[in-house]
Design a protein around this ligand. Structure first.
Ligand code: SAH
Length: 349
């Protein structure tokens, strides 16, 4: 037993460690201790979810954004971004295709686009829930007032994804323009949780200026919030942003953070992200083997996919939804897991 594997055992048992201990794992882990962690994470995951991998149909319905996050390819200042919006009918078509392919969760994601007023969002959510009462609707449309979140929830939205991005206010300030604060981001997350959304926070691995202590802080925040979902993917530079020449996050650290997150929140819904699949051809398979249990294939119409580019070289932008699902199905089978057609709610354990 090494010091690091002892810490991993302690984390599995207590679901939390001190910031110093978490930082120690993050700075001192080795390929051997990673294998140990991933085996523990898989055991925990399989106790709650077996070998099932949940699928979410991602509908990227607008790439207009009023914000100017320094890392993001669809930030307001990204002048070369070709902007688009999907109308209600196009969004419902995506759901129809998705439903036929077995999707029982639809994720509506977009920039913070004022064109979609609360009335419009409420209308879209209500229409989807009326037509597909057996499906979950997830929103991922950024920071809103508590009152807006309340309206989405009443309209039937089940889940909300809002990555906290980094739990350190100083680091947060280096990734975002003035006016966007960690404080408001966290306010949104506690509102969402209180309103009864299955709530997802999360962060990028390897974002500029990030330290091991920052990552430890992200894990402590996750432990405090007790979210039902956590989105973790590598930062990948986008050529038309201030971070164009920064380094991407690594596969190793991303997998490490997935494994640690599984031990901290055993029943968490944890996607092996598209960004992870972008930095390594087998990234999503490795993510599942490190403790993830969700994949989020793209359901957006093929003609807009190349326009929703948060980062460079994004995969699957040319494929039809049906191709994505059969490709992922094969990939999961190759590692002994199986895609399931289910809402895939967060399980009690
Ligand atoms: N506007 C919504 C949706 C954001 S896009 C919101 O504010 O929540 C979803 C996630 O993509 C972001 O939370 C961010 O963590 C991630 N992302 C953005 N740019 C990225 C990049 N360059 N590399 C990797 N992930 C990125």
């Amino acid at each position: 037993m090494s010091r690091i594997t002892e810490l991993i055992d302690k984390l599995e048992k207590n679901r939390i460690l001190s910031k110093e201990e978490l930082s120690e794992i993050i700075s001192e882990h080795t390929p051997e201790t990673d294998e140990y962690l991933f085996a523990r994470a898989r055991t925990v995951r399989e106790r709650v979810y077996g070998k099932d991998v949940y699928i979410r149909g991602l509908i990227e319905f607008t790439n207009y954004c009023r914000n100017d996050c320094l890392y993001c390819g669809i930030r307001r200042s990204a002048e070369k971004a070709e902007r688009y919006r999907l109308n209600e009918e196009q969004i419902l078509e995506c759901c129809e295709t998705g439903y036929g392919l077995g999707f029982r969760t639809f994720v509506l994601q977009g920039g913070e686009d004022g064109f979609y007023s609360d009335d419009k969002i409420v209308s879209i959510v209500s229409l989807i829930k009326a037509k597909y009462p057996d499906c979950a609707v997830t929103l991922s449309i950024g920071e809103k007032s508590r009152g807006s979140y309340e309206r989405y929830r009443q309209a039937g939205a089940d889940r909300y994804l809002l990555r906290h991005e980094t739990a350190d206010p100083v680091h947060y300030g280096k990734l975002h323009p003035k006016g966007l604060t960690l404080e408001n981001r966290m306010r949104c997350l506690s509102d969402l949780k209180e309103l009864g959304f299955q709530t997802g926070c999360g962060f990028m691995v390897g974002s500029p200026y990030q330290t091991a202590e920052n990552l430890a802080g992200d894990l402590l925040y996750i432990h405090r919030l007790q979210p039902q979902m956590v989105g973790i993917g590598p930062f990948i530079p986008h050529h038309d942003t201030p971070f164009a020449n920064e380094m991407a996050g690594t596969l190793e650290t991303t997998l490490l953070m997935l494994g640690l997150t599984r031990l901290i929140v055993p029943n968490v819904l944890l996607p092996a992200t598209t960004a992870l699949g972008t930095i390594h051809p087998k990234g999503r398979e490795m993510g599942i083997l490190a403790g993830a249990n969700v994949v989020m294939p793209n359901l957006s119409p093929t003609d807009v996919r190349k326009k929703y580019l948060l980062y460079d070289n994004k995969i699957c932008t040319g494929d039809e939804a049906a191709e994505c699902i059969s490709c992922l199905g094969r990939r999961m089978e190759s590692i002994g897991y199986k895609l399931v057609s289910a809402r895939g709610d967060c399980k009690k354990y």
